[in-house]
Ligand binder design. Structure first.
Ligand SMILES: [Zn+2]
Length: 467
């Protein structure tokens, strides 16, 4: 392969991954250049083998083949695990002790999207790493060689590792919705070995996502699961996003438990064996989560939103558990510390199977606060961070009580409101939470006033969203 340079469409080099519309922004040539450049970085760190997997999108096999070409042309050996959820690829990197990993996935995006999530060694490859990869490709700064590509089926090993941490108790009836996403590859190998009764919806991997969009943070996408739970009289239902790194859950009454609510239950469980441990959650999480971690004897830590940022912080602090409202949850107490939603589902089953209470009762006993969902509204990329800075400057001048690790999270006697800029989209994100409706209204007024002073109107249609 010649040393010609390769320029990416700059919009695809994002904060946590490389992603865009296939055929418009992302082509096989990009996949080849990503492989060649990533392979170069691995080689220069003294590595020689990369694990590769891909989701069930129609464009994935072609991009995978091109990416493998690029990696081997850099002199890197590639072990392909075939169609897999993103966490199964993360597992492969540990299990095969590879020097890095690449997952070809469009995550929860529409069928015409695709992209690349990467691991260098056992660490997330994101932020400046991705920008550096783009700059190297633009210069054709590449190693050369002749790596070998082989295939390996790791499904049985992966399922066995997940099942190792199952604690059988009460026999449960569970509905699972893989949403035609990549968890469909591994779901049977796991649930067929569990006690109880299990009903799997939309198991067939299908990159056109015929049943519904594979994003469990949007309530509409959980309706089919809720109906199944009610029809079968299930104890709970569990859903996944398209590439299996985010979880959604509903109780036996068909009510949603959001990421921060689930984290309360997992925190209590983890703290039994790790008293006093630090548990990390993102700035969007309910105050109830931080309070409940404290009450269970843990040390809550609020951190920046973004799965790579949270995962990196978890590793740095050697914390046993971290999570995001978006449903990215990271167990590191007895697991690897990456976001594997199928594993999280098993950890939820452990709690419910070994409790006298149902999940619905546990949900009813959570502290009752009123909050908005995540409110997302359009704002140009060149303005979004500036607006947050302006708002922060005015609040500081006024002596407001605020946390500014990621945007501003402002405390008032009514509760808190959050304003932050999305790292991945031209969007501002807000959320408010109070003990009661009146307080919530006052917080919304505070938020609107803070935005108005920067010439921004919070649109009425600001909608609940995802990561
Ligand atoms: Zn995902």
């Amino acid at each position: 392969m010649s040393h010609t340079a390769h320029k990416f469409d700059p919009t695809i080099l994002r904060e946590y991954d490389i992603r865009g519309i296939v055929g418009q922004q992302v082509h096989a040539a990009d996949a080849r250049a990503i492989g060649r450049t990533f392979g170069t970085l691995v080689k220069r760190k003294g590595g020689k083998r990369v694990a590769l997997g891909y989701d069930g999108r129609l464009s994935s096999p072609e991009l995978a083949a091109a990416c493998i070409e690029g990696l081997t042309a850099a002199g890197i050996d590639v072990t392909s695990i075939g169609v897999a959820a993103t966490p199964m690829l993360y597992f492969a990197v540990y299990h095969l002790d590879a020097d890095g990993g690449i997952q070809i996935t469009g995550s929860h995006n529409p069928p015409d999207y695709n992209g690349f999530k990467m691991m260098m060694g056992k660490k997330s490859f994101f932020g400046e790493d991705i920008q550096k990869l783009g700059a190297m490709a633009a210069k054709g700064d590449w190693e050369s060689g002749q790596g070998k590509a082989t295939k390996k089926d790791i499904l049985a090993d992966y399922a066995a590792r997940l099942l190792k941490d199952v604690k059988p108790g009460k026999k449960l009836k569970v509905a699972w919705d893989t949403g035609n996403g990549a968890v469909g590859v591994s779901i049977r190998a796991v649930v067929d070995k569990l006690p109880g009764e299990h009903f799997v919806l939309n198991e067939k991997v299908d990159g056109t996502f015929p049943a519904h969009h594979p994003d469990p943070t949007v309530p509409k996408n959980l309706e089919q699961l809720m109906a199944e739970v009610k029809k079968r009289g299930c104890d709970l239902g569990i859903a996944f996003d398209g590439d299996g790194d985010r979880i959604g859950a509903v109780d036996g009454k068909g009510r949603v438990l959001w990421g921060d609510q689930l984290l309360v239950l997992w925190s209590r469980d983890v703290l039994k064996n790790h008293p006093g441990a630090t548990i990390i959650a993102d700035v969007k999480a309910s105050q109830a989560l931080f309070d409940e971690i404290h009450r269970a004897g843990g040390t809550p830590l609020m951190w920046k939103t973004g799965h790579s940022l949270i995962k990196t912080k978890l590793a740095e602090l050697k914390a046993p558990l971290a999570g995001e409202m978006s449903g990215h949850i990271f167990f590191a107490d007895i697991f690897y510390g990456f976001d594997d939603a199928l594993y999280c589902g098993l950890r939820l089953l452990n709690i419910v199977a070994n409790s006298k209470e149902s999940l619905a009762t546990m949900r009813d006993k959570l502290p009752r606060l009123v909050n908005t969902p995540e409110l997302r509204f359009d704002c140009p990329d060149d303005r979004k961070f500036k607006i947050v800075e302006e708002v922060k400057a005015r609040l500081n001048k006024a002596g407001a009580k605020l946390i500014d690790i990621d945007g501003v999270r402002v405390s008032t006697p009514d509760g808190w409101w959050l304003l932050r800029a999305s790292n991945t989209q031209p969007v501002l994100v807000a959320r408010c939470e109070s003990a009661n409706e009146e307080g919530l209204e006052r917080l919304m007024d505070d938020l609107k006033a803070a935005l108005a002073a920067s010439g921004v109107t919070l649109p009425d249609e600001a909608s609940a969203g995802h990561h």
